[in-house]
Design a protein. Structure first.
Ligand code: ATP
Ligand code: MG
Length: 367
């Protein structure tokens, strides 16, 4: 991936511009973490880049940057810029293109996100990001109070990096977050959820939750049930405990899943729950109850049936033995058969199931 990224710099430089890899890719590379996308800073304008990459180039009009997908890697190429003014405590509404890397780096959020790599693969560290990277400190590039006021998303980015990388917040940044947290109301619920998803899907999610509490962000984010959150490797498990289904923009599937997890929470390894809800909600609920995934899996695999087709009888057998035509009673009959087999009251064998059907049918007739 690094090779492809360096090749990309070469292509831009050959067209007569400067180009550096910057941000997450360099940071993660130095930390030995794999990244999926590469950010490039250049003095080529979006117009120049469109000439270089032609149809491979998608422009993001909102940001004045372009995206190029090259050898399956996602490159976000941004022209060196200065941010002139900000709107609604979120993103600049006026920028100007500049011709100076250092000045471009100064508008970025944290020092560890300003480390660059040139076309030879050499590290260029104009703002001493490597010092902070080695000390595992997250430090604002400029005055954190002003930085957070200009763009309040940086509060959640700070919590995200502190969580995923297990870095400490530099003291004034921490103070600034506490002071400026009230501005989070200006951030859209979509943007909040995007960052929170990254925090909650980290292996260190629980320290992220603790940090949100420590900084007092739980109130600003509407997390009144944060005290209920327990360690869970699945971010949906954390969202389930937070009970913010209607506050954040979840998909229909996510909402349904959270509801299912809650429904099986009291007994995630009961055969009936495993059968009717399926494995995944039970695994998540199991984890929230301290039951290992392996155990939930084993119990699931041992279920005598996993769906209706696994029953040793079919509809035609039932109708034949009862001597009746199909009707609504079948639904109830199947449910009784499934429950009987799953709870071990019935053996999943044709004769046993059919004689049970006859008995149930007679009882129902007498009712
Ligand atoms: P990752 O891609 O791993 O999520 P990243 O740091 O690369 O992390 P991006 O959103 O890809 O994050 O942004 C690329 C770079 O742009 C950042 O490293 C940072 O230098 C700068 N940046 C991004 N968002 C902001 C922001 N809100 N304020 C200031 N600088 C930012
Ligand atoms: Mg990135």
């Amino acid at each position: 991936m690094l090779k492809v990224a360096l090749k990309m710099l070469e292509v831009i430089e050959e067209a007569g511009f400067q180009a550096y890899i910057v941000g997450g890719f360099v940071r993660d590379h130095l930390l030995g973490i794999h990244s999926n996308d590469v950010d490039i800073a250049t003095n080529a304008t979006p117009k120049d880049l469109k000439k270089i990459f032609q149809e491979a180039c998608l422009s993001n009009d909102d940001y004045g940057s372009v995206t190029v997908i090259f050898k399956n890697i996602h490159f976000e190429i941004t022209t060196f810029r200065k941010e002139l003014s900000y709107k609604d405590n979120r993103r600049p509404d006026q920028i100007s293109y500049i011709n100076n890397l250092e000045e471009d780096l100064r508008r970025r959020d944290f020092t560890i996100n300003t480390i660059c790599m040139n076309q030879k693969g050499e590290i260029i560290d104009l703002l001493h990001g490597c010092d902070d990277l080695n000390k595992k400190i997250l430090r604002s590039v400029s005055d954190p109070f002003q930085e957070l006021e200009e763009d309040v998303l940086r509060i959640l980015r700070a919590v995200r990096f502190a969580t995923t990388l297990q870095f400490q917040l530099e003291e004034t940044l921490e103070q600034a977050i506490k002071e400026k947290k009230y501005l989070l109301c200006h951030l859209s619920m979509n943007r909040k959820k995007e960052e929170l998803d990254k925090i909650f899907s980290s292996p260190f999610a629980i320290s992220g939750v603790d940090l949100l509490k420590k900084l007092g962000l739980d109130q600003e984010l509407g997390f009144t049930k944060i005290y209920k959150v327990k360690l869970c490797s699945q971010m949906i498990g954390i969202w389930t405990m937070l009970e913010v289904d209607d506050l954040y923009p979840f998909t229909k599937n996510e909402k349904a899943l959270m509801q299912q997890i809650r429904e099986v929470l009291s007994d995630p390894i009961s055969p009936l729950n495993l059968y009717y809800y399926g494995l995944y909600p039970c695994v998540v609920a199991g984890e929230l109850n301290g039951i290992e995934k392996k155990k939930v899996n084993e119990i699931y695999l041992q279920l005598p049936i996993h769906n209706r087709n696994d029953l040793a009888v079919q509809t035609k057998d039932i109708l034949e033995v009862l001597g009746v035509s199909p009707g609504p009673f079948l639904k109830k009959m199947y449910q009784k058969l499934e429950e009987g087999v799953l709870t071990g009251k019935l053996v999943n064998e044709k004769d046993a199931l059919l004689s049970y059907c006859t008995q149930v049918f007679k009882e129902d007739m007498n009712e």
